[in-house]
Write a protein that binds this ligand. Sequence first.
Ligand SMILES: [Zn+2]
Length: 1037
Amino acid sequence: MYIHCICTFPIFESTLSRANLPRNMIENSMFEEEPDVVDLAKDSTFPALDPDEVAFEPRSSRLLVRGLGQHDMDEDEEDCESSARLLGMSFMNRSAAHRSSSSPYTRQAPPRSCSRPSGRTMIVCVLFLVIVASLTMVMYFLPGCNFTKRGCQRTNKTTPSEQVYPVSTNGELFPWAQLRLPRSIHPLSYDLTLDPDLDNMTFTGRTVISMSVLHNTKLIVLHSSHLNITKATFKPGDGEARDVTVLEYKPRQQIAVKFSEELKTGQYCVLTLDYSANLSHTYDGFYNSSYTDTDGNKRVLAATQFEPLAARKAFPCFDEPSFKATFLIRISRKPTYLTLSNMPQAKSTPLLNGLIQDEFEKTIVNMSTYLVAFIVANFTPISSHVSETQVSVYSVPDKKEQTDYALDTACKLLEFYNDFFEITYPLKKLDLVAIPDFLAGAMENWGLITFRETSLLVGKQSSNLEKQVVASVVAHELAHQWFGNLVTMRWWNDLWLNEGFATYMQYMSLQTVLPQLDIGNLFLAVRFRALDDDALNSSHAVSMDVNKPEQVEEMFDSVSYEKGASILLMLNASLPGDQQFRKGIIQYLKQFSGLNTDTNDLWNSLTQVFSAQHPNVSEMMSSWTSQKGFPLVTVSRKGGQVTLTQEHFLLTSDNATQTSSLWNIPVTYVTDNCSLAPECRQMFNLKTKSGKTQKSVKWLKLNYRNTGFYIVDYGDEGWAALISALSNNVSVLTQEDRASLIHNIFALSRLGRVSFHQVLNLLKYMSNETQTSPVTEALLQLNVLYQLLDQRQEHSLVARMKSYIKHQFASLMDKQTWKEEEEESVSKQELRSALLKMACSLNEEKCIKQARAQFKQYVESNGTLRIPGDLQQVVFTVAAQSNEDWETLLSMYGQATYDAEKRKMLRGLASTQDPRRIVWILKAGLRGGLIQTQELPLVIYTVCHGFAGYLFVWDFIQENWDSLIEKFPVGSFAIQTIIKSATSQFSTQAHLNQVEGFFSSLKERGSQMRSVQEALETIRLNQRWMDKNLPTLQKWL
Ligand SMILES: [Zn+2]
């Protein structure tokens, strides 16, 4: 999946947003190194749970309930795991930091220094064990509670081996008490028949699942959500088919069939389920969408989005990534529609009711359920061929002429990947489809990739900057056809194996295939943002324990995507030559083709290939995937001796959060002797707390081109030497290295390591800076501070900051033109776009005048005269500040057909400072219609970054929370964006209390989300930064 990251626009953005995080009260006190304890403890901070909640709360139910001798699971792993939990598993996890990768049930150990429990941890663990033991005894002896739906009742005489089960919808006990499915049954193939009715927004279906019995069992458990099962039959091996009763337990979205006789290992059987359901009105499952065509007619369609947990909303299935099977799909439609699915169409059959049934070829590969897809719509395609594969791009008919670029790009990239991975894309067709309602950026369904319209469609006149967006998303989704589809993570804890790789490949492939898109700048900026996010104490390890549905949703975040991609880049950059890494991943893909993997499988594959040059790849990379955060490397020099020291870079750093985490860091550096060419780069492997080397040089710059995932502090002298070198000659370092110095010094100032005065000293060199990355990074960082000051209403400081920025960037701002030049590089467009956005947001007279003139011309030409793509945003934003032009923009928005432009208009509209309009646009976004609900996170994000808007948004979120989580799942990236946007501008105790109070009142409706912890930490950091730096700013600005 491609997350529509709103943070690629350098200006009007906050990074400090991701700055700060206090832990939950309980975490603070004593348990901060113990995730399992933390969750239990968190639960206890809220009023008593009702019995329903307890029944499906996996942690508590496991601790109290999971017995020994459960025949219906992989005994070894399960027992090991349940015993671990019974014994207070944190401790066991610690001593077994890396579990055997052969377990199909592997979950990663929690992050941090698990293998070396400190004295304090030991005490905490012993205390914890005592508490757990006492609690267990109290719970066991006192209430005799079975935690079922019927409430807390005494069960029939319980014995220790007896399991406590929840209650099905029909009142019978549901025979399975866990969130993960038992592994005794494995599906082999699904035969799906679907009959959607787009007039009534309903569908009926029949799912025939052939499966094999892996262990003797009396039970089949699978997923189903919001499906009304009308008939179920079961056929064992060669036996007769017979009707069976299906039990359902809705809170866990599971159904089960019980048998009186055991199904035997090795046996084959078939379960057939008939059902009916409504098409979903949200953005997942089998959902309906509509659009208005150029003649003003409303057209309806139906599409799917299953990742991560929604295939079960369209058909009953074993909805976990490791239950791979083949699929044969049939869908009926009206003659005026077409259907699409993962595979090419095999045949079409007219039905008696006037409809047509399309049947697709059976998949030739085993697929995870989240990759299944089908669409019923009246789209039109354009097609081309890459060797044996037909590549097509589909859109609504009115937008057909916007599909050329996507088709051309997809073909080029498919060719590249076929060659690069040395494994040919296995299907005969690859469809890319733009869907009018689509929440994510895109979804990599095998053979049928779905996109938001803005991620796939570009006009003929579009600028390269707009094409860059489309090419990035296409490159990401195509990479998934190998990373994710062919080789899939075993469970969502290792989502980064999908998303980190696809993100890395997206940048890597575009650098080669479409170098004119200058994708390097974007990748660098993305790595900076990943560092900012990961500096919070509330961040998480790349690979981490994931148990609840909300936790699965939460894995779709910058750690899985951008940090994942960053550590892969670091690994690649630490290897000699550029073919080693490629050979390693080819080995991994070939070894696990069609299978599921975990993180250790990847490192083991790479070790086989790298053994000569890099024998410890597994040891090195585990330090980056199994613990949260990243290191701060401090350089100190005495004579010719250079000492490097590492520590955890943690913005919220106090006694409660201190860690002894160490990373295995491939430190790279260049010196004044040789600093630009790749050959200048030298390496130093820092594994321990500190290391020494000999260098007699004027200065050192670490983290060459910022390919490593760490921040560097050079100390007063080191910074002074670098600043002096840059003042003499900007070109003494690459532009990536200059941007990296700027990013690092702001981060260090946030941490309190360097004074703000020192930051300003470095920025002095900027008067000679002309390259995109250093300028955009400096503008972004200054803008964060500017906005915080603005919203704290520090008027005099705001005025001084404004004149500082104007003065610092005046000559560069003056040089920008308002015309698109022939053959203009993307990098140049990015630079211009960032500078002019900043100039206009500071109310720079010339900028405002130009922007208004451009808007006037555009309106007068009736939209025929085009504003250059990179300038549209600034022009629309300026226009939206005037009453009359806001109305004009709104009416143009209603008619615009070109989605990239339309989205910029929306951002303009949402940047209004008029309170009535702010309230209107928030409501319109929630309601859907003129402004699609999928755009609400963007609207909220934009409103929050205006002076007037952030308080309105905070009220809006509190009042409409239930509607929001109905549209966007708890924990999803959309909800993460909304929470972050709404709270990142707060910097006072009063706001902190409000945010804390509101979210803790939500309980199961979102109080446990990581983004809430991030929001609280960010507000505290903002508060701390303000307290500490306001006097400094008064002095230096
Ligand atoms: Zn993805």
